[in-house]
Design a protein around this ligand. Structure first.
Ligand SMILES: [Zn+2]
Length: 453
């Protein structure tokens, strides 16, 4: 097969077709696709149907059991010094508050970095922590699940997560992976958080949280299909199709799912022509603490040795220079640099291990795993509209999507066709070293995601 000719065909097809955006409209129209909702099922069936229509092989649903979570009523009241009611929503996997509500003083931990928690450690026992989604301009940005974990460790009995951007939006997200958190947790807007902060500064501020949720075991499904290559060596390309229940989840992550569908469409005609088999995956339950892909890796542990590379497309649509986070894997970085040179596209490479998405469970199993990036670094923006009710279709540009699909397709073509080995699988000891070098140990421990001694 002539790579250059195929490359041109892929680009022409990606640039001139509207499938990518039409699929995005469909996924966003179903609704949130949150785990355990009817829109999740609609999206599941839609994705499977598309993969079949595009001509993929062995299209299947891969089920797994997990603990479902559904939000109910939620109220936040300041009862002293000045009574006042505010809007709040439960964070995913928050337990319900006790009958009559959870009543305690609040303590502001600012951005909730490890240092700030250490400084306030002795004042948090029996209190409700008020913590912002902001992160320091420099250094590592702790994840919400870490901030929550530190609050639990410090003996707090409740957690209020305040968005750091104005606009009246609460920002949702999970607290633990696949299980209920230890203490109730709610999200509030920047404005509510600012009012609570001001009140807390003045002196003892007592709040009552009253939150109700429902939770029981249920089933979710990954959607999987294949473009067979000439060998059984696999490249897994995936993104999660679930969103958050308060939103369309357009940017996070209907766009990533549609990139996966687009790659399926573009590569299906190449079956039997490429060296490696491409396994296309739409992951379920990523928004439940990267639960779905974690379960998948556990279930197919014996198969991991056949996976040459895992490429995650979660959040891979944006208007910045496209590239990859290469997870501290130097051989993969060298490979991507070579592809950048061969394709004449200066991929933006970063060494970070992305811990809060579906590449991570594969990486932890020693499989080379990378995450695509397409946004320019803007620490101050955080998730943008992600995880808020305003993560909607209208924010996504069709042109950006096409550009991301084109870069992803060209890289995938080279990866699937390359005659050399893609990269070495790592031993647990080596994985541990990379994580320590990137100062990820404490944060992973706070999330109960550190498997090493
Ligand atoms: Zn995501």
């Amino acid at each position: 097969m002539d790579l250059t000719t195929t490359d041109k065909t892929l680009i022409a097809e990606a640039w001139t077709s509207r499938d990518l955006y039409v699929n995005l409209e469909a996924l966003c129209d179903f609704g949130s696709r949150f785990a355990g909702t009817p829109s999740e099922i609609q999206a599941r069936d839609f994705i499977a149907e598309k993969l079949r229509a595009y001509g993929l092989t062995d299209v299947r649903l891969d089920p797994f059991e997990y603990l479902g979570w559904w939000r109910g009523k939620c109220a936040l009241q300041v009862v002293a010094p000045t009574p006042r009611a505010y809007d709040a929503i439960s964070l995913v996997y928050s337990p319900s508050t006790p009958a009559g509500g959870l009543r305690a003083p609040i303590v502001d931990v600012g951005m909730g970095t490890e240092k700030e928690y250490a400084r306030k450690k002795d004042s948090l026992k029996g209190k409700i922590v008020l913590c912002s989604s902001a992160n320091p301009e420099e250094g590592r940005a702790p994840h919400r699940r870490e901030k929550y974990g530190w609050a639990v460790d410090a003996g707090a009995i409740g957690f209020i997560y305040m968005r750091h951007l104005p606009g009246g939006l609460p920002e949702t997200g999970s607290l633990r992976a696949g299980r209920l958190g230890e203490i109730p947790a709610v999200a509030v807007s920047y404005e509510t958080g600012a009012a609570l902060k001001r009140s807390a500064e003045k002196g003892d501020t007592i709040v009552v949280l009253d939150a109700h949720i429902e939770s029981h075991p249920t089933t979710a499904w990954h959607v999987v299909g294949e473009v067979p290559g000439q060998t059984s060596e696999l490249i897994v390309v995936g993104a999660h199709y679930d969103g958050h229940d308060i939103s369309q989840g357009a940017g996070d992550d209907a766009t990533g799912t549609c990139l996966v569908l687009e790659l399926a469409r573009l590569f299906a005609p190449l079956r039997g022509q490429l060296r490696r088999t491409i396994r296309v995956m739409a992951f379920a339950c990523e928004e439940l603490g990267v639960l779905g892909s974690t379960e998948y890796v556990k279930k197919y542990r014996g198969e991991m040795k056949n996976i040459a590379l895992m490429v995650n497309l979660d959040g891979a649509v944006g208007n910045g220079t496209k590239g990859f986070w290469y997870s501290g894997l130097e051989d993969i970085a060298a490979l991507l640099k070579r592809i950048a040179k061969e394709t004449g596209y200066a991929l933006k490479l970063g060494e970070k291990v992305v811990t809060a998405s579906d590449n991570f469970p594969f990486f932890m199993e020693g499989v080379p795993a990378i995450a695509m990036r397409a946004k320019d670094n803007d620490r101050a923006l955080g998730r943008g509209f992600g995880h808020t009710p305003m993560d909607t279709l209208d924010k996504v540009s069709e042109r950006d999507m096409k550009e991301c699909a084109m870069v992803a397709a060209r890289v995938l073509l080279h990866l699937a066709a390359d005659a050399d080995s893609l990269g070495r699988h790592r031993k647990p000891e080596e994985i541990k070293e990379i994580l320590i070098a990137q100062e990820l140990e404490d944060g992973l421990r706070a999330q109960n995601k550190w498997p090493f001694k």
